[in-house]
Design a protein around this ligand. Structure first.
Ligand code: HEC
Length: 147
């Protein structure tokens, strides 16, 4: 009797852990119909690149330092100069630029990212903080941007 109970208990335990780890469980599918899911899917690969390569200058909040490093959050440059923004991240950017009516004249090095990484990080910064760009940057688009 006791062995049957133990056996049953074990069975329930195994079933419980099976359903928890079931790779076909509904929970593992992202519902792409919701806007937040699309944004987080766009953001995920670029988020790590941002932390590794950009955050030190532009800040975790994307606000820059208001002195040498321009903001990315709410940047009119990023919003209106799509190709130049991609080029800046791909090849580096220096010399005087205006971002949100403030002049910057400093320099950002080229960071040696692949075209795919540039696309990923662009998609991250363009959809983070208050930024809400909807046209996805693709690797192909980055590859076509020349110096
Ligand atoms: C060493 C500091 C530094 C790092 C690291 C850096 N930037 Fe910059 N970034 C700058 C500076 C300085 C400028 C302005 C350059 C100028 O004055 O011409 C700039 C300008 C920009 C601009 C255009 C202006 C704006 O604010 O919209 C974008 C877009 C940008 N950076 C994105 C990135 C991304 C994405 C990364 C990471 C892949 C990155 N930066 C890493 C310093 C940096």
């Amino acid at each position: 009797m006791l062995t049957t109970k133990l056996f049953l208990g074990f069975g329930v335990f195994v079933l419980g852990s099976l359903s928890f780890e079931n790779p076909f469980s509904q929970d593992n599918y992202i519902d792409l119909n919701t806007e937040t899911a699309v944004v987080s899917k766009l953001q995920s690969p670029g988020k790590e690149i941002y932390a590794d390569f950009c955050m030190q200058c532009h800040g975790a909040n994307g606000k820059g330092d208001t002195k040498n490093f321009p903001p990315l959050d709410g940047s009119d440059w990023l919003k209106t100069k799509r190709n130049q923004s991609i080029a800046a991240v791909k090849f580096g950017q220096s010399g005087p630029i205006m971002v949100n009516t403030k002049k910057y004249n400093s320099s950002m090095p080229a960071m040696g990212l692949t075209d795919q990484e540039v696309a990923d990080v662009m998609n991250y910064i363009m959809t983070s903080w208050s930024n809400k760009q909807t046209k996805v940057v693709t690797e192909k688009e980055v590859a076509a941007i020349k110096k």
